[in-house]
Write a protein that binds this ligand. Sequence first.
Ligand code: GLY
Length: 360
Amino acid sequence: MTDYSLKPKVQEKQYNIYIDNFSIEDFKAKITEQIRGKKVLVVISKKVEKLYGEKIFPLCDDEKFTVYKFILPDGEKHKNFKNYQKILNFALKNGFTRRDCILAIGGGVVGDIAGFAASTYMRGIDLVQVPTTLLACVDSSVGGKTAIDTDFGKNLVGTFYQPKAVIININFLQTLDEKQFKTGLGEVVKYAFIEKSCGTVEYENLINFLGENFEKLMKKDVFTLKRIVEICVALKISVVEKDEHENDLRRILNFGHTLGHAIEKYTGYKKYTHGEAIVQGMIFAFNQAYKIGLIDENYKFAALDLISKFDFRAVKMPSMKKLANLMRMDKKANADKIVFVLPKDFGQVQICEFATDELY
Ligand code: GLY
């Protein structure tokens, strides 16, 4: 087993992110290592429980801890206050104390709601993240954002709360359906376009890597997937270490998201996946950056070419006026200006503000 671990240092604490194509035994042992001696509340997606529940449980050394399972139905609509409260009540009813822990196994919905529960239960108990989708591996499980959705929008209630560990088993990605896989690829492509701005020591040139390894990636070749997850996670850590609370640099992780979130909101989070929406946001960003002279034609076409290779489902664009109203309500918005992350050079981005009429 190769053990690739990254150690981000945020909130004055350091934790490990393990990325590997773990065998089931090694995977169970790695989880066990993190939770030994504690009572464990497993929050697991219904789909993952069905596919992997019998393989993962019982964990190793079962006598050393007690496992309670909370199965969360799949889908963004379940990341709500009611389920958050149910998780807390379940923990309270079963006598969880501050010394115990929550283990989140699933995609972004599970990670976000379980993370929020862990961060608020008795003012914070240990959290171990086990992401099972590509999107959760490269984005939501890393960096400490937790949240639930409200009637007023997505992720409007939440905390910054770093986990005790993140355990990424690349093998989970093999059973993702095409829709889930592609939504994660949208975030992967995003990292390629922001790579140089993330401030890592090593420059991997993810744009080229994706171009050169495209076929292997689409066939879900394990080593290609592992390398891509490693690169994306290293980039995310580099950003989060510098700006955990998104006061400045972390905003670059929202490349494509200003417009993307507005598209998702406008279509009720039903019509397009997150990946499809942010890809449309990136296409808009490249066009806008070219329009105002930030990038030249060569980079714009090279970028759009890479995006088109992935054959993401096209978004039928609502009018910019309608989207602009939603973008002004975004958490990232500033008074009546709309904040965008725009490309400025190969793999580099910058933050720009626009009045609505500058977007047409
Ligand atoms: N998903 C963007 C961030 O974690 O900041």
